[in-house]
Design a protein around this ligand. Sequence first.
Ligand code: GTP
Ligand code: NAG
Ligand code: NAG
Ligand code: MG
Length: 396
Amino acid sequence: MALPKSMRLLAAVTLCIFFYMVFQIYQAPAPIERPSSGKLKEWTKDPQLDPSGEPLEPLRRVEGDNYEPNNPNSARINATLLALVRNEELEDMLQSMRDLERTWNHKFNYPWTFFNDKEFTDEFKKRTRAATKAEVRYEVVPKEHWEIPSWINMDLFQESVAVLTEQNVQYMSKISYHQMCRWNSGLFFKHPALANTRYYWRVEPKVHFFCDVDYDVFRWMQDHNKTYGFNINIYDSPQSVATLWPETRKFIADHSHHLHPNNAIEWLQDKERRPGHNQKANGYSTCHFWSNFEIGDMEFWRSRAYQEYFDHLDRAGGFFYERWGDAPVHSIALGLFADKSKIHWFRDIGYQHIPFFNCPNNPKCSGCVTGRFTDGEAWLNQEDCRPLWFKYASMD
Ligand SMILES: Nc1nc2c(ncn2[C@@H]2O[C@H](COP(=O)(O)OP(=O)(O)OP(=O)(O)O)[C@@H](O)[C@H]2O)c(=O)[nH]1
Ligand SMILES: *[C@@H]1O[C@H](CO)[C@@H](O)[C@H](O)[C@H]1NC(C)=O
Ligand SMILES: *[C@@H]1O[C@H](CO)[C@@H](O)[C@H](O)[C@H]1NC(C)=O
Ligand SMILES: [Mg+2]
């Protein structure tokens, strides 16, 4: 019995749809592990809770007056808390200070160093000084570190702003945002006020810290010879860094001697499909350490490898013609020129910069929801790329 033509057509279409769907399911990549599951959850190497095996050095804690603010022989090392901030952000800065002082710095009294492209107001100084027992310094960024470099063509900049704003690159039209990214990428550690400082902890206004930390984090970095500590890892907007990887490859071609033998280039080039985004930034996964939190050794930024890399990028113009952020720039440099075993996830430092959290499962934490990555829209959960880092690097 022959089916009517329309029925045969319907059957054929249904079959096609069925095979198409099977094909799609077969094609779909395995979902990458979320930090709330699998490997990240199993990891308990919180130095405070689980001093695994034989620690290199015991954790340095407060004993008697060893970390008192005015102790000339204090146990503090060569380090500072550091913030680039505007006078108008005073309230938000005080919020960040209150959290970090409460959870950590009231014990260790590391100095705060504030940077600004303008003079700080008396009110800013007075109120931030009152928020800590530690020494506080106020520094203006030198003009030559802030001004748009002479080789940037402002007509081309304006054209680029139009094109990338159209592509929804956030902050593209804000000149100061570009200046800020460039300064944080390659210039902050050159400020004369930091000449005798080796380690820094970057703190932005309006961030939160949730967990009591009772060991000297800077001293831990030094004792373990760590280069860089991060807290959250996310993907970037590919359009904001479209030519960053091609420029980086040009640099590597002439400077392959700078590559560290134990580098993380595979992390940078990972081809794992980013959920919801097929487009890569010309070979760069865009996964980066979210640099509003960083605890670092400035020796790395002051190294020849990094200096030459930054100068190359700076000349290429992408801090203005695109919106290269200090986060991807730092991350690529670390992935290429640093020993990846010297990069540490500070999972024990509960932290939030809107819209993301790092909230460990630890009785020393309060004010955040354990394991929750975001309180924003659900799709933001897919921006977490820490699992990608741990695919290639250790969790120590
Ligand atoms: N003094 C000064 N500080 C700035 C300027 N632009 C940005 N900053 C600081 O640089 C840091 C990063 O700037 P944000 O505007 O927070 O950039 P962001 O974190 O990418 O953006 P948000 O998601 O809006 O927080 C913050 O500490 C700001 O206070 C500026 O023009 N002058
Ligand atoms: C602190 O660090 C700087 C830069 O790394 C270094 O030049 C200086 O000698 C150090 N000072 C002390 C007291 O260790
Ligand atoms: C610390 O790390 C640097 C850079 O990777 C290396 O040159 C140095 O030998 C290390 N020192 C120790 C004591 O491990
Ligand atoms: Mg911010």
